[in-house]
Design a protein around this ligand. Structure first.
Ligand code: 5AD
Ligand code: SF4
Length: 428
């Protein structure tokens, strides 16, 4: 989400004559795009601000801005405690950046953290910062109405709003014409995408289909799906189009119905399992990934074991795993006691990670001896003699470089697997 936002910011600034430098020492303006979702994300930013202070000593005209969720959440603290910060701009205020930069240049602190009910930046063509030229993100909605008890997103990114689907399809088509071969449609809960077009209502399956129909050579991914409203109609749309990737990110967060209720997730363990069954039945070969939180308020050892058993049952191909960190202002912070001791959270998280390592390795092992279709993204990070790409299931594949180029599809025979990567050779 933040990469997509940075690309919108780049576009707004490019229109004003700014250009990007990857080198902070050369910059006249440094904007730090921030995330508030977990406490350590914010801690990193405080450290980064301290580290950037020395650049201001070298370049007296340098302006530093804090943008994104942390700007929204902590504007007062930032302005009071971080003298190096000249601008504080929330996620719905990027169009006002040119004016705010001018204000900062005239020596005032410039602030805009007003959240909007409508802003989707639909008409702004993002400046692509993903350097591979093959895969890109397209933001299809902003904000979130779900109010999961632990989550700060609804407070810092505001209410949910969908973007005009025509602008989304046009953006995807333009990317395809520019050589891109994969787009990921992004939103906090893509299943609640909703757009009224006269009498007709366009829902997420309609949008996904419209993007998939641009060209069979364009892969389409999406993230994130909320388990409470992932519908059969969406699964049928995926099954119908081979270029919609066989991978669904479906964050469970916990395997215990009691904890899910406290988290206000809106589903039970059984409902979640039913949705996984539906995925496996309707889309054979579909991979599934999850997010898990260890040590949410009141979590017992039994609840934790239910998380582990759900993971094992689902056989996740991949997971993002966190220990619970209380976020100020959320309903969990207001209503519930953060009562799982830190060392218990860590131990449970480590058990969750160990479980996922086993599952990831098992998932990769299944592909040994198979020939898979890979969209080439670029050189392998480890070796210039190898190319790297991904399967429809989102598994990374590395293979010896031939005459093929990024953006091409190739068939690769899988010979080896680790828990993170498949390796193979081009199939004849
Ligand atoms: N503590 C730990 N993890 C969190 N997440 C969101 N809020 C918190 C929190 N307070 C995780 C969830 C979510 C992912 C983006 O971040 O798993 O799906
Ligand atoms: Fe946060 Fe829940 Fe919305 Fe995801 S769905 S952004 S976890 S409130």
């Amino acid at each position: 989400m933040n990469v997509a936002d940075s690309e919108v910011v780049m576009s707004v600034l490019k229109d004003e004559g700014f250009c990007y430098t990857g080198e902070p020492g050369n910059a006249d303006l440094i904007l730090i795009n921030t995330c508030s979702i977990r406490e350590n994300a914010e801690q990193k930013i405080w450290a980064r601000l301290k580290a950037l202070a020395y650049l201001k000593k070298k370049n007296k005209t340098l302006k530093i801005g804090l943008i994104g969720c942390m700007a929204e959440r902590l504007r007062e603290k930032v302005l009071e405690t971080e003298k190096v910060v000249d601008l504080v701009v929330g996620p719905d205020a990027y169009r006002s950046l040119p004016g705010l930069i001018a204000e900062a240049e005239s020596g005032h602190k410039a602030v805009n953290v007003i959240l909007s009910a409508e802003e989707t930046y639909a008409d702004i063509a993002p400046v692509r910062m993903d350097k591979n030229g093959v895969s890109a993100f397209i933001s299809i909605m902003r904000g979130c109405n779900n109010m999961c008890a632990y989550c700060v997103v609804p407070y810092v990114r505001g209410a949910e709003r969908s973007r005009d689907p025509e602008t989304i399809v046009n953006e995807a088509r333009a990317l395809f014409r520019a050589g891109y071969r994969e787009v990921t449609l992004l939103g906090q809960n893509v299943n609640s995408f909703r757009w009224k077009n006269g009498e007709k209502e366009i829902l997420f399956p309609d949008l996904l289909e419209a993007v998939a129909l641009i060209d069979p050579k364009l892969r389409v991914r999406f993230s994130t799906s909320h388990p409470k409203d992932i519908s059969d109609s969406l699964l049928m749309t995926i099954a119908k189009h081979q270029n919609i990737c066989r991978h669904i990110h479906l964050p469970a967060q916990s395997g215990s119905t009691r904890i899910l209720k406290l988290m206000n997730r809106g589903y039970t363990r059984e409902w979640y399992m039913d949705r996984i069954r539906a995925i496996k039945e309707m889309i054979p070969g579909c991979s599934v990934s999850t997010d898990m939180i260890a040590g949410f308020c009141t979590e017992t050892e039994d609840d934790h074991l239910e998380s582990l058993s759900l993971m094992e049952w689902a056989g996740y191909d991949f997971a993002y795993m966190f220990r619970y960190s209380e976020r100020p202002g959320t309903s969990a912070a207001r209503r519930l006691k953060d009562d799982v001791p830190e060392e218990v959270k860590l131990r449970r998280l480590n058990e969750i990670i160990a479980m996922q390592n086993r599952l990831s390795a098992a998932s990769k092992k299944q592909d040994i001896g198979k020939t898979v279709e890979v969209l080439i993204e670029g050189s392998s990070k480890r070796s210039a003699d190898h190319l790297s790409g991904r399967t429809s299931q989102n598994k990374v594949v590395v293979f010896p470089r031939g005459i093929n180029k990024p953006g091409e599809y190739v068939s690769v025979f899988i010979e080896k697997a680790t828990s993170a990567t498949l390796t193979g050779r081009l199939a004849e």
